[in-house]
Design a protein around this ligand. Structure first.
Ligand code: MG
Length: 376
């Protein structure tokens, strides 16, 4: 099944494999199995109701973490195929990369991290790994999904040194300062391509940013004018989609060509060579500069828009108050989340698991069940 892969791609039969040994499946590769396990997980279904930038209930057409993850998988797979990398691994990592995200986007993680400071903090990447390693309850033989090492490595994009020390094999690269597989490197950048383009679309749809503003961003402006020249008079959604399609294609094509060249220059013969070399999946310098300008624009004008700031204020208050209530009295938690030993740090981690697992609307309901006199 993996005969078309380049020698430097991740192969199922190389590396540490699964933590709990399992017999190979006759009709699916190991990474296809991982992907299937992720799709059938509870945490994956919750992504549908978790915020990407806009709260889930703000509109039916905005991206959620679920549609974002699907877009990352699509972009990642098509780039992987061009580079003869393992598409199945890319797909598995893409679908799992946001499983540990809290409700309400990044603000939820920031607040939970603050609350958890005395107990080791909270990182969403680490939580994604915790979901697939421990929290999913699907199998009789083990906790979690028992995924392949390469999938777990790809999920853990970043990690503090102190957390890396606790993690064993999958944390080791942060201590050794080595690279993950090319599939992991690629999925990371597929994530960036996906959110840069879909956040423009959602930002325009919401009216928080305008075409006139975006026209000032060199990269977008160039493509927008190309669309106007090809289809004179084209306006509205079609003009936006024409531009965004070109934007995704420009980023993906640049990444493929640049990475192909870097791989040819470094000539890795195996995944071990990849791990011990420099990062090989990259944008060209001019494209990196264009993408950075675009990210800066989105940060200043969309992620820090005053209306988004107001949403963030409410969300942070809600997460802080949820944590405070449970930390003050563990008896308010559902029984599954109470730590029987009474150990304060373990209890705090279970509270973080409970809150991080909530969808936006579940968190809002749970908050009002705890704090509103109208709600029972
Ligand atoms: Mg993402």
């Amino acid at each position: 099944m993996e005969e078309f892969l380049a020698p430097y791609a991740a192969h199922s039969d190389e590396g540490p494999g699964r933590r709990c040994e399992e017999t190979a499946h006759a009709s699916r590769s190991q990474f296809q199995r991982d992907r299937d396990r992720i799709i059938h997980s509870t945490a994956f279904r919750r992504l549908e109701y978790k915020t990407q930038v806009f709260l889930n209930h703000e509109g039916d057409l905005f991206r959620t973490r679920l549609t974002h993850s699907l877009e990352v998988a699509q972009i990642g797979r098509s780039m992987a195929r061009n580079l003869r990398l393992n598409e199945d691994l890319v797909e598995a990592v893409a679908l799992a990369h946001d499983l540990g995200h809290t409700p309400f986007g990044h603000v939820g993680q920031d607040v939970l991290n603050e609350c958890m400071q005395p107990h080791g903090g909270f990182e969403h990447n680490l939580q994604s790994l915790r979901v697939v390693d421990h929290l999913e309850e699907q199998y009789g033989a083990f906790d979690g999904l028992n995924l392949m090492f390469a999938t777990r490595e790809g999920i853990l994009k970043h990690c503090s040194v102190s957390n890396a020390r606790e993690l064993g094999d999958v944390g080791q690269r942060f201590l050794d300062k080595t690279q993950p597989s090319l599939e992991a490197q690629l999925t990371n950048l597929a994530d960036e391509i996906a959110y840069n383009s879909h956040d423009i679309d959602d930002g325009l749809r919401s009216g928080l940013i305008t075409i006139e503003q975006l026209d000032e961003v060199a990269f977008f402006g160039r493509l927008w004018r190309e669309v106007q020249a090809t289809f004179p008079g084209l306006t509205g959604r079609r003009a936006i989609y024409e531009t965004l399609r070109r934007l995704i294609t420009a980023l993906a094509d640049d990444l493929i060509a640049t990475s192909q060249q870097r791989i040819a220059d470094a000539a890795p013969r195996s995944i071990d060579d990849v791990r011990n070399g420099p990062p090989l999946i990259r944008f060209s310098d001019p494209m990196r500069a264009d993408a950075t300008e675009l990210k800066r624009f989105l940060r200043a004008n969309l992620y820090r828009h005053y209306k988004v700031n107001r949403m963030r204020l409410k969300a942070s208050r809600m997460v802080r108050e949820l944590y405070a209530a449970f930390a003050a009295d563990a008896q308010l938690l559902p029984p599954d989340y109470r730590e029987p030993s009474g150990d304060a740090t373990k209890q705090a981690r279970r509270i973080a698991d409970y809150i991080a697992g909530m969808t936006d609307r579940y968190a809002i309901r749970e908050h009002s069940r705890l704090y509103s006199l109208e709600e029972l």
